[in-house]
Design a protein around this ligand. Structure first.
Ligand code: HEM
Length: 519
């Protein structure tokens, strides 16, 4: 104040200017203090001025880079890219604390995910909806067909499709990726819409492949971290995304219409067993018919898209592992021979007596992770965790791959070893169950997880019971080497490999044909 008093009074305007300047300096000082007093973001690489961690977000397999960074920065890491904060959770504890225990704050999808899904025309999918009443309604309707007390009703159809799968493999030794996706598409579409298997052909598998490529590219970490990329005009160098997004809309529309359309075509001729479609259609009120039809369409299409690829890719990972770890195959076959015997195929009722096969199912989920960073969640209100600030609007991802390959949970994590889940011939409850991580967390946890588990069990048990899964040979009779590697993207595939399915005996071959012919 003495400074003000000592100033020569030159006029009211100058005095006002000086007071405003001092006020501004004081306000800036206070706001700086306030910012400093706020908790810091979780630790992470320092980044570069203005653009932050743009160069720290690798395009290929970002889950590996994030996991490697955790040795330096800990299990909760933050990245900032042009004002967008992304938090990666590298431990079960952090994932369960935030996405599980505080799920009211972490159950929406990030703005970029919601808007990309809108631009793509995939906003009808439950997986990409924001956390609102529409999601709640759709999720409730979806869950009523998949909760643990009702998934048993789909087991007969899952078992039938697994037998058809064996038959396809023995008949054609066809491309394993195609056959697996076809088989699971048939299982999903029969359950969801009552579409008979013979109506489900290559157009469905092509559609799945198109959606998979789109989703992986459109929701890549680069686009999520730099959401403005998708707003660039098509003629700009970065307008690549814009051009792509336009093309993808058509595929999203086909994905919504194809299952429903296929069901409509067979409505009169199809068998009369209840399906998701028939149950939902029967439940609709007259006045909201249009609305409910849209919802029914979206629920059946979501079940097809979300359920087929994820399970197919996990099965493909298992087949690849059987080529690389023949001893595991042998162990499982010995158990199946002892429990199931040579005269029939495995059934769901055998499951409790097959601990090793159950351990193979767990290891298949752990070894190849179809969604290595899960599906991103959004922090919808400013939060504080372990003294760090999680800003409103931050994207939060769980490093599923990192946790599934953490040597603290799983010794020699890169090895496919179902024995890690067993103790004294029983499943060891002390080992982290991959299902508690692989299917996500909190209110968005995968609603198809019990169905997927049944699907994996019946297919894995049946394949091992009747086939020796072996590397393919080339035209000169030399074994084609097998190498396991994962692709990058929201959905991670197993890189293509070749293999052959040889019936374990003539009895096994007869079993595949007889069992299937009985239907
Ligand atoms: C091995 C197979 C599967 C894996 C690994 C898997 C994994 C996941 C993951 C990680 C999520 C995101 C969870 C989160 O946001 O925290 C998810 C969501 C979802 N999954 Fe699955 N899933 C599988 C099979 C299935 C099946 C068979 C269905 C349906 C029949 C299904 C339907 C869905 C749906 C609808 C969502 C979105 C849920 C929401 O956002 O509210 N999934 N799944």
């Amino acid at each position: 104040m003495s400074f003000i008093r000592s100033m020569p009074a030159r006029g009211p305007l100058e005095a006002m200017f000086v007071l405003l300047t001092i006020g501004a300096i004081f306000a800036t000082f206070l706001s700086r203090r306030r910012v400093r007093a706020r908790a810091p973001l979780p630790p992470g690489p320092p980044g570069i001025p203005f653009v932050g961690n743009v160069l720290d977000v690798p395009h290929l397999q970002p889950w590996v880079a994030s996991w490697n960074l955790s040795s330096q920065y800990g299990d909760v890491i933050s990245f900032s890219t042009l004002g967008q904060t992304t938090i990666v959770l590298n431990s079960v504890a952090a994932a369960s604390d935030l996405l599980g225990k505080r799920s009211s704050k972490y159950s929406s999808r990030p703005g970029p995910v919601v808007s990309i899904s809108q631009i793509l025309g995939l906003d009808w999918s439950l997986a990409f909806m924001p956390y609102d009443n529409h999601w709640r309604r759709a999720r409730r309707l979806f869950w009523q067909h998949f909760h643990p007390n009702v998934v048993g009703q789909w087991q007969a159809s899952q078992a039938l499709e697994s037998r058809r799968f064996l038959r396809c493999l023995i008949d054609s030794q066809a491309d394993i990726e195609y056959t697996t996706k076809l088989s699971l598409s048939r299982s999903l579409l029969s359950m969801a819409c009552g579409v008979p298997a013979e109506e489900v052909g290559s157009s469905f598998v092509d559609l799945l492949n198109d959606v998979e490529v789109n989703v992986s590219e459109a929701f890549s970490p680069a686009v999520l971290a730099l959401p403005w990329l998708r707003r660039l005009p098509a003629w700009c160098p970065g307008g690549y995304w814009q051009r792509k997004l336009e093309g993808w809309k058509l595929i999203a529309q086909r994905a919504l219409e194809l299952p429903f359309g296929a069901a409509r075509n067979v409505k009169n001729g199809g068998d009369a067993k209840p399906t998701i479609l028939s149950i939902l259609s029967g439940a609709q009120g007259e006045n909201e018919q249009e609305n409910t039809t849209a919802l029914t369409k979206s629920i059946t299409a979501t079940a097809f898209l979300a359920g087929t690829d994820t399970t197919a890719v996990t099965l493909l990972g298992f087949v690849c592992a059987m080529l690389l770890y023949p001893d595991v195959q042998k162990c499982a076959q010995e158990e199946l021979d002892a429990v199931v015997g040579p005269n029939r195929l495995p059934q769901f009722t055998d499951r409790a007596s097959l601990p090793y096969v159950n351990a193979v199912v767990k290891e298949a989920l752990r070894w190849h992770n179809v969604a290595p960073l899960g599906i991103p969640h959004n922090c919808s209100a400013e939060d504080e965790y372990r003294g760090w600030r999680i800003p409103k609007g931050a994207t939060v991802m769980v490093n599923v791959w990192g946790i599934m390959h953490d040597p603290e949970h799983y010794l020699n994590p890169e090895v496919f070893d179902p024995g890690r889940f067993l103790k004294d011939g029983k499943l060891n409850e002390d080992i982290l169950d991959p299902a508690t991580v692989m299917f996500g967390s909190g209110r968005r946890i995968c609603p198809g997880r019990h169905f997927a588990d049944n699907s994996l069990f019946i297919n894995i048990a049946s394949l091992l019971h009747v086939f020796d899964i072996k590397p393919a040979v080339d035209e000169r009779g030399a074994t084609i080497p097998v190498k396991y590697s994962m692709t990058s993207g929201l959905v991670s595939m197993v890189e293509p490999f070749e293999c052959s399915f040889q019936p374990r005996s003539t009895a096994a071959e007869a079993l595949i044909r007889d069992e299937f012919d009985d239907e």
